[in-house]
Ligand binder design. Sequence first.
Ligand SMILES: Nc1ncnc2c1ncn2[C@@H]1O[C@H](COP(=O)(O)OP(=O)(O)O)[C@@H](O)[C@H]1O
Ligand SMILES: O=c1ccn([C@@H]2O[C@H](COP(=O)(O)O)[C@@H](O)[C@H]2O)c(=O)[nH]1
Length: 260
Amino acid sequence: MSEIMKVNGKLNGINGKTPFLIGVSGGTASGKSTVCKRIMEKLGQVNMDHTQRQVVCITQDSFYRELSSAEILKAEKGQFNFDHPAAFNEKLMEKTLLEILAGRKCEVPTYDYRNHALRPDDSIIIYPADVVLVEGILVFYFPEILNLFHMKLFVDTDSDTRLARRVTRDINERGRDLDQVLNQYINFVKPAFEEFCSPTKKFADVIIPRGADNTVAIDLIVQHIREYLNNCQKSDSEKNLRHVAVTRTNSGEAHFKRQH
Ligand SMILES: Nc1ncnc2c1ncn2[C@@H]1O[C@H](COP(=O)(O)OP(=O)(O)O)[C@@H](O)[C@H]1O
Ligand SMILES: O=c1ccn([C@@H]2O[C@H](COP(=O)(O)O)[C@@H](O)[C@H]2O)c(=O)[nH]1
């Protein structure tokens, strides 16, 4: 296997398929996952076998670090700060993204929000793809990770809307009660958004106001990705043609010229 090297924060000299890496950031419940889902839907990637997908999506939540028992007790009372950069294992995230950029198959655990823990037994296999979407509140916070993205999107949804959505989602899907959601939001989520997430908006290439409601922005992004995928397909078939020509020449059965 070739060694993965970085020059100026970008990959250099790697073998295999190097995907186009798109970071999708924004505050909690801004619609990051929904925007990624819309992009995947519009590109016809959702009802497709995982091994065949040209576009895949992963979440930063898969890189929450393991908590100690004392931290889990705090988390159960809504007293652990999951919005601080220290809550993440950014080194593991960087390593995984480098593997993905090197065109290697990776395994990424899912996150269990009810138990505040990763589920390694329920991991997702990320097969080599042409485009990889990486969504999360702090994907632009760590410079080593920020520098890996070829395109950066920031989902900018008004904070009242985000809080309203978070309350509903956390109660219905993440096993929380109202007091817990509001206390966690006031004590950790909102201050951390202002200190760590919001300042990273300046790194974005495209800001998407109103998230998934902004179909114009989503269509433009989808168009850009579609053009990229078409170019990938063109260069793949050119590579295949070259391969056929060289193989036949080597076998001595035909005398094609090497194509460039
Ligand atoms: N445009 C929208 N209109 C209504 N509800 C939305 C919209 N976008 C997202 N939601 C809902 O808000 C919640 C948070 O959205 P999600 O995409 O998971 O946000 P994030 O990934 O940023 O946390 C989910 O329950 C989702 O269904
Ligand atoms: O155990 C946990 C882990 C995370 N959270 C909250 O989740 C959000 C990030 O996820 P989004 O889908 O982007 O909202 C973050 O604000 C954490 O506070 C949690 O509550 N419990």
